[in-house]
Every structure is written in structure tokens, then in C-alpha cells.
Design a protein. Structure first.
Length: 152
């Protein structure tokens, strides 16, 4: 009995520590709106890894919505400010700046910046707001946990 108890306490503590670590690294986000259709739909629930370094072209990320007055130029708001966008990374640091990005930029995407685009043609993204600072990123989408509406 004592031997079993000797293993149980450390095991429970380790499981609790792992759960706390996972909670700080993983989060769920519910898609609102249709900017990522046909890939994602309103009501889809996503598992997000809160890690900025994994943002590379093709990945879907969650970023702070730009301020309507200052865009992404103002200071980041850790609470999310006006809310969050779910977008696809089309270019990251060192990639050529896509021609459709607002701001008449040329050359390569600077370090710490991302070119983002929604999968829906009428999405608000880097077409209107320019490059997004990576400090506005909440995390990278790992998987869709639950499907929402599929009405277009």
C-alpha cells in the first residue's frame, strides 16, 4: 500500500503539472464569420498552439484584429482588443512581399512580419491592412475539433 501511495502522489502531481503546461500552450478558438470559407466555417472550434515561431506560409493562425483607425501600427493589446482574426499565412520573414499586400511594399517580408489572407475572396486581411506584426499573433491552428455551420 505504501509503495502504491509512493507512486500515486508524484504521478498525480506530474499529471497536474502537465495539464497546467498544456493549458498555457493550447487553447480553443471558435470561428466567427466566413473569411476562411471554404476551409473553415462559422462555428468551427479550433485547437490553437500558442507559439509564434510556427507561423510559416500555408499555416492558419489566429491574430489580433487590427484597430479600425491605426491598423496594426498601434501597440499590441494582449487581451485581443477588438477581437481575433483567423487567417492563412501566405508570406513570412524572408519571403517576397506579395503584390496584393497594402502599402506598396517591395522586396522581402521583414523579420517579425506576416502577410495574411483569408481563404474567402472578400476577407479583410493584408490586402487592406498591410503586413501583420508577429507580436499580434495568438497562435497557430493545429486542428479543427468540431465543425460548425456549412451554409455559404
Amino acid at each position: 500500500m505504501n509503495r502504491a501511495l509512493g507512486w500515486a502522489v508524484p504521478s498525480v502531481l506530474a499529471a497536474g503539472a502537465a495539464a497546467l503546461a498544456a493549458r498555457s500552450l493550447l487553447s480553443t478558438v471558435t470561428v466567427r464569420g466566413g473569411s476562411m470559407t471554404p476551409t473553415l466555417h462559422h462555428g468551427d472550434v479550433l485547437l490553437v498552439l500558442r507559439h509564434r515561431r510556427r507561423a510559416r506560409p500555408g499555416r492558419i493562425v489566429v491574430v489580433q484584429r487590427p484597430d479600425r483607425r491605426t491598423g496594426w501600427r498601434g501597440p499590441a493589446d494582449p487581451s485581443g482588443g477588438d477581437g481575433w482574426y483567423v487567417k492563412r499565412v501566405l508570406a513570412a520573414a524572408g519571403d517576397p512581399v506579395p503584390s496584393w499586400v497594402a502599402g506598396d511594399l517591395t522586396g522581402d517580408v521583414p523579420r517579425g512580419m506576416l502577410a495574411l489572407r483569408g481563404d474567402h475572396p472578400r476577407s479583410e486581411d493584408s490586402k487592406q491592412w498591410g503586413l501583420c506584426p508577429s507580436d499580434r499573433m495568438y497562435g497557430v491552428v493545429l486542428v479543427r475539433l468540431r465543425t460548425g455551420d456549412k451554409v455559404s
